[in-house]
Design a binder for this molecule. Structure first.
Ligand code: ADE
Ligand code: ZN
Length: 317
């Protein structure tokens, strides 16, 4: 199965580029840019990556992102991930980035977008990897700040396919971003949102009914509501699920208890993704592998999940 997982061409739909920052690159950029990080060795970093919740991860993740300053830094970050894609036979990737994580530190919006897109263009030419970019709003910030970010994106509109919503879910429900998502839709963006990662089913319903998203990121708590399961099945709304992330952030007690294959069996359009692979102990193939090891995933299920990764992508538009 490990060979088959590696051999199959795959698409990845839920990946935060800031979450691909490996400790080695973090150290190199911290030194180059003279930024303080609270670790001395890779071993110390790995020890700190022991999370009790989404928030405990986000605190460390935002601190790590502070080493990213120049366009070249964003290029290097993205290029390293794309080389990993080549190694893992990921032929299409839809990458999320969080501009507010950087603009609030004085890094220019164009520095972030230009660095990332230069790497994406190079990967198209040299690695034969296609990609789209998804700009996510940080939901712990206000809707006004999201509107300001949408405005900043205007000159780069043709480089960004969709708008997303991430960061601290609990206490920041979809309705907080109703107007800005509405505006983004009017401007022609596709829409996605994290929902039902830690939050209950009301967050998933809110993302569907209030934000009108095309995909749900995570959505694993959908199994608490039979009507929601029926809706997701009937409409074939994609769920971009991230098994290693869910266990690492304690959204799920153990991999053996993960519901991804149960949802697949029920006919939902579920996909496998890596979320923040540098922090969660594995890239895309490792996320598939763990489903074999812990849940006994069959070859047929693997092929269906891989098919779904293309079916749920924005390639078809
Ligand atoms: N930002 C990066 N990873 C995230 C996750 N798993 N949930 C919410 N926001 C995130
Ligand atoms: Zn995510």
């Amino acid at each position: 199965m490990k060979d088959l997982i590696k051999k199959l061409p795959k698409a990845e739909l839920h990946l935060h580029i800031e979450g691909t920052l490996e400790p080695e690159l973090m150290f190199r950029l911290a030194k180059k840019n003279n930024i303080y990080i609270p670790y001395k060795t890779v071993k110390e970093v790995k020890k700190a990556y022991n999370f009790s919740s989404l928030q405990s991860f986000l605190d460390i993740y935002y601190a790590g992102a502070k080493v990213l300053i120049t366009e070249e830094d964003f290029f290097d970050l993205t290029w390293e991930y794309l080389l990993k894609c080549k190694e893992q036979n990921i032929v299409h990737t839809e990458i999320m980035f969080d501009p507010q994580t950087h603009t609030c530190r004085g890094v220019k919006f164009k520095t972030v977008v230009n660095g990332i897109t230069k790497a994406l263009e190079k990967a198209k030419d040299e690695l034969e990897i296609s990609s789209f970019l998804i700009m996510s709003f940080l939901r712990h910030l206000s809707q006004e700040e999201a509107f300001a970010t949408l405005k900043e994106a205007e000159p780069f509109k043709e480089k960004i396919i969709a708008i997303g919503l991430d960061s601290s879910e609990l206490g920041n429900p979809p309705k907080k971003f109703k107007d800005v998502f509405n505006e983004a839709k009017k401007q022609g963006y596709k829409l996605v949102a994290h929902a039902g990662e830690e939050g209950d089913v009301s967050y998933i319903w809110g993302a569907l009914d209030i934000l009108h998203v095309d995909r749900i990121d995570h959505g694993i708590r959908c199994d608490e509501d039979n009507r929601l399961i029926s809706y997701l099945k009937e409409k074939q709304v994609p769920l971009t699920i991230c098994p290693l992330s869910n266990v690492k952030l304690k959204a799920v007690k153990s991999m053996e208890k993960h519901n991804i294959l149960k949802l697949l069996k029920q006919g939902l359009n579920v996909t496998v993704n890596s979320d923040d692979p540098a922090y969660f102990g594995g890239y895309l193939n490792e996320n598939y592998e763990v489903l074999v090891e812990s849940l006994g995933m069959s070859e047929e299920e693997l092929k269906r999940l891989v098919e779904n990764s293309f079916k749920a992508s924005f390639l078809s538009i």
